[in-house]
Write a protein that binds this ligand. Sequence first.
Ligand code: FES
Length: 87
Amino acid sequence: SFEIALARSAMTLQVPAGRSILEVLQENGVDVPSSCEQGACGTCVCGVLEGEPEHQDVYLSAAERAANDQIMTCVSRARSARLVLDI
Ligand code: FES
């Protein structure tokens, strides 16, 4: 599991194995739009302020992945213990 800190809502949440960031956000009343939920459409993007995403989407380009400043919350996870998201 890993932790997500929401910079704009002053909330810290745990993302367990087997649950997506998007699911955890929605369960906690944080409204992030989503569509495909398979990492393909880009709808569920969130900005990343700190931490290193583990990108599992097929939407971002190689350069966008390397920049580590956005994440597809429906499929991607974290390499670092904590991500700070711009939401
Ligand atoms: Fe389509 Fe996440 S909902 S990429």
